[in-house]
Design a protein around this ligand. Sequence first.
Ligand SMILES: NC(=O)C1=CN([C@@H]2O[C@H](COP(=O)(O)OP(=O)(O)OC[C@H]3O[C@@H](n4cnc5c(N)ncnc54)[C@H](OP(=O)(O)O)[C@@H]3O)[C@@H](O)[C@H]2O)C=CC1
Ligand SMILES: O=C1O[C@H](COP(=O)(O)O)[C@@H](O)[C@H](O)[C@H]1O
Length: 572
Amino acid sequence: MASIALGCHLHPAAAFSAQPSNASNQQHRHCPPQRTHAAGRRCLLRVKSSNGRPQIGASFSDGVLDGQSSEAGAVVPEQEENTVSITVVGASGDLAKKKIFPALFALFYEDWLPKHFTVFGYARSKMSDEELRNMISMTLTCRIDQRENCSDKMEQFLKRCFYQSGQYNSEEGFCELDRKLTQKEAGKQPNRLFYLSIPPNIFVDVVRSASRTASSRAGWTRFIVEKPFGRDYESSGELTRSLKMYLEEEQIFRIDHYLGKELVENLSVLRFSNLVFQPLWSRDYIRNVQLIFSEDFGTEGRGGYFDNYGIIRDIMQNHLLQILALFAMETPVSLAAEDIRNEKVKVLRSMRKLKLEDVVVGQYKGHTRGGKSFPAYVDDPTVPNGSVTPTFAAAALFIDNARWDGVPFLMKAGKALHTRRAEIRVQFRRVPGNLYRGNVGTDLDMATNELVLRVQPDEAIYLKINNKVPGLGMRLDSSNLNLFYSERYQREIPDAYERLLLDAIEGERRLFIRSDELDAAWAIFTPVLRELEEKRVAPELYPYGSRGPVGAHYLAANYNVRWGDISSDGSF
Ligand SMILES: NC(=O)C1=CN([C@@H]2O[C@H](COP(=O)(O)OP(=O)(O)OC[C@H]3O[C@@H](n4cnc5c(N)ncnc54)[C@H](OP(=O)(O)O)[C@@H]3O)[C@@H](O)[C@H]2O)C=CC1
Ligand SMILES: O=C1O[C@H](COP(=O)(O)O)[C@@H](O)[C@H](O)[C@H]1O
């Protein structure tokens, strides 16, 4: 059932968030030629689908919503149609090619993009529109390969893609972009989304130039900012302050693509819509929680970036911590973005600062297997000799609140390990006075329930339970109650970037990081990061393709924990 919400605002731009407020002392320059705006009062129509998602594909024609009838007879149609211009800044780069353009195409392919949209690439590289289209077309794939209209759809999409070359700190470049955007937006209510797919040292240059010269004057302007958001508490705060000289917090969409992953979205659904889990979700029943990330490849090609950050900043402080916050937060007042983010901040602020003795760091070394040689991290020509940057880390974190007091939240993240995997493992306590303790073997911890959310690959949720082996004897076995997504659902799972781009277009901030969340996240990790660097703590070397440093097991053992991702024979 669709619900309809109406909101009115005044033209011109003063009423829009496009105008920075803290930036009131900043000069906002606009580019010639001047644009004309339809003057006067206008009403916006927002259509919400039953799951709360606005159906942005819907547009007005003759007072009736395309594809559905208007239920509220009193709805006043919009004077103008909306258009969204999406500018990918850093369009020539790896992320743009690998993720952003394919995600935009996938959204278009599935009819999720608004009726009127334009995609612009912006970067310093010289390219024509046609060259950009050729570049993008190499990376586009159709969701379901057999669909006949795939190449037509690609062609339609590519026709809406354009390119503007310019420097990142150049207002001229963004003025030229503004001029082209204005042409494409003619006669429509213009909204603009900038995706900063560039190295972090130029984020502020771009925001300064683009916000001054290429903001929409009659619609919204939003900036998606890629990680890393600084490299510690101070630099992150500095970045936020700099961005807020030109933008309102509401215009900044800090992306953490793990929040857009299907299983991470499902975490809240699992928690808050299943009564069976609700009473179990606390220190009373949960022994420990494990957040595990591993990749079976090294930093190939990204060593230069990575060496300045390391695995704790690259994965733990953001992706794994965000999952932890969603896992551990109290029930939010509603599903509204601010309600959810308020609860996440509370959890993060209740966390103990991580201590050096609760961290193990590792770095992969070269290894030869089956006649094939795999390089060491320091073999990467972009990595400085003698680097002690960790490519692996394990950590024990604690939340000092009533719900989670004393429960270890163990994180483990590494590159060049034996497998690619991301999962959340919840190990439950022993059954008190277990009647069957004589039938489960000597290791009672092995017989406890475990809930696993496998984020990737092969998305799944399964619960390890004890059951009787069929037969006349009484022998217990451990089995899984499974939800394998590929078996249960025929449709392909969207890429995280699709969901997040769509949310940014819709103004849905739930899956983006607010600045106070970021501060709280950095406060947990900054002291230990500093100590690791000041002391130049030597990482434990582990062979490329192995299960990582043995130290991770000792760390877990300090808290009576066994990593759940180790095979039952205990090998690693
Ligand atoms: N690649 C990935 O898998 C991931 C990337 N990210 C983040 O996304 C952002 C973009 O990543 P990615 O695409 O890999 O980055 P790239 O290194 O590919 O840079 C993107 C573009 O920025 C321009 N550029 C590169 N270096 C500089 C420089 N020193 N000064 C000015 N411009 C430069 C180049 O365009 P031109 O020369 O044409 O101007 C380049 O094509 C980064 O913040 C990264 O941390 C986050 C998660 C994953
Ligand atoms: O943010 C990052 O994530 C990727 C892993 O993302 P995934 O969606 O492929 O799991 C990681 O490789 C990269 O180092 C990091 O910056």
